[in-house]
Design a protein around this ligand. Structure first.
Ligand code: KG4
Ligand code: ZN
Length: 361
């Protein structure tokens, strides 16, 4: 079967078509097309995402992105004969953006006379991590569970215990800013571009510890607390104070910006890794899953992978390739497939509403 996945929860308009085939009890996912129209250039000048502006862009982009997604897999006539279900992000996310995607999805599901599947965006980030390297994935496979998933994005930072397929419990989350938000806000203080995560990562990679005069040490908020919660707003304040204490010349110097970017990235990485490993060991997790936009960060990927090799017992590490960590329609289609299996879909005429504060469960 073929699933069309639509993602509009924030500033990316994503539509993908994923083919699912089941043979001898094994499920295979094949991404046939995956188109993302980014609004970065529009939001860049404001240093953040403006919901009404984002909504307007989604409205404009959705028909174009759909057309591209269908054409990429050579469907140009009657899609209703070839697409079996439409899946769309229901939440969490920015309300006007979610509504725009859902209304669009509902219209095409109605037109093509196929079921519509509302999808949890966080679950989608989690499932694409679980499944991507497992195209031979068996749905009842117990070898991965329990699993601990770290989902780190621009709006969320959550540690989720996955007891079995479809059964989730949030065991820790941020009390203020999300990890991606911490990257975005500190990048803004330093005068770097938006989104801040890739900018900080790029500049941090140029940092050479041996030949810098700056030795910056930022706090690792909540690193030693017994819970699995996070807090990143103090980090942002510490960056601001350090920045303000520097002369205008220092603030502009490459050496300072590089040293600061490297320390911001390391401070965030240290806390994320420490809590994830501790949670996995405490819950005797067989797998650690990493997902969400911040999971595209090379240092986080490498350092977490390294630390997992040093755990008290063997834990598998599952992570999607970087381009599937940031928001995309393929993850919505894949999550939609599992909802479809559990008959969590609605007929074309039923009402479906956006849920900006949806929590994975
Ligand atoms: O999952 P995502 O695409 O959108 C949301 O659901 O929020 O995540 C976007 C976040 C942004 O905060 C962005 O700065 C961050 O992911 N991000 C990164 C990297 N690529 C994207 N953070 C650190 N390093 C990266 N390479
Ligand atoms: Zn996301």
């Amino acid at each position: 079967m073929k699933i069309l996945g639509i993602e509009t929860s924030c500033d990316d308009t994503g539509i993908a078509i994923v083919e699912v085939s089941v043979r001898h009890g094994r499920t295979r996912f094949k991404i046939l097309s995956n188109i993302i129209s980014s609004q970065v250039e529009i939001h860049k000048k404001y240093g953040g995402v403006y919901p009404m502006l984002a909504k307007r862009e989604h409205e404009k982009n959705l028909p174009i992105v759909l057309d591209q997604a269908l054409r990429q897999m050579n469907i140009n006539s009657i899609p209703s004969h070839q697409i079996d279900v439409v899946a769309c992000t229901q939440g969490p996310g920015l309300s006007p953006c979610l509504w725009t995607g859902l209304n669009f999805a509902k219209n095409i599901a109605e037109e093509w006379d196929v079921p519509l599947i509302p999808v949890d965006h966080i679950e989608a980030h989690l499932l694409i991590g679980l499944l991507f390297q497992n195209t031979q994935y068996q749905i009842r496979n117990t070898k991965y569970f329990p699993a601990v998933a770290l989902i780190v994005s621009g709006g969320h930072t959550q540690l989720v215990l996955v007891e079995k397929m479809g059964s989730y419990r949030i065991i820790g989350e941020t009390r203020d800013d999300a990890a991606g938000e911490a990257f975005d806000k500190t990048a803004r203080i330093l005068g770097l571009g938006f989104p801040g995560g890739p900018e900080i990562a790029k500049i941090a990679s140029q940092y050479k510890i041996q030949n810098t005069k700056y030795k910056i040490r930022l706090p690792r908020p909540m690193l030693h607390t017994k819970d699995y919660d996070f807090s990143f707003s103090g980090l942002k304040t510490a960056v601001l104070y350090d920045y303000q204490s520097r002369s205008p010349r220092e603030r502009r110097s490459k050496a300072y910006i590089q040293a600061m970017a490297a320390e911001i990235q390391q401070a965030i990485t240290d806390v994320l890794i420490a809590k994830t490993i501790r949670a996995a060991e405490e819950y005797r997790a067989k797998t650690i899953i990493l997902g969400g936009g911040v999971a595209a960060n090379v240092e986080l990927r490498q350092q977490l992978s390294y630390q997992i090799q040093n755990t008290t017992y063997k834990i598998q590490f599952l992570i999607p390739p970087p381009h599937l960590c940031t928001d995309n329609g393929a993850m919505i289609a894949i999550a939609g497939y599992f909802k479809f299996l559990h008959k969590k879909y609605i007929g074309p005429e039923a009402e479906v509403e956006a849920k900006p504060n949806l929590r994975i469960e």
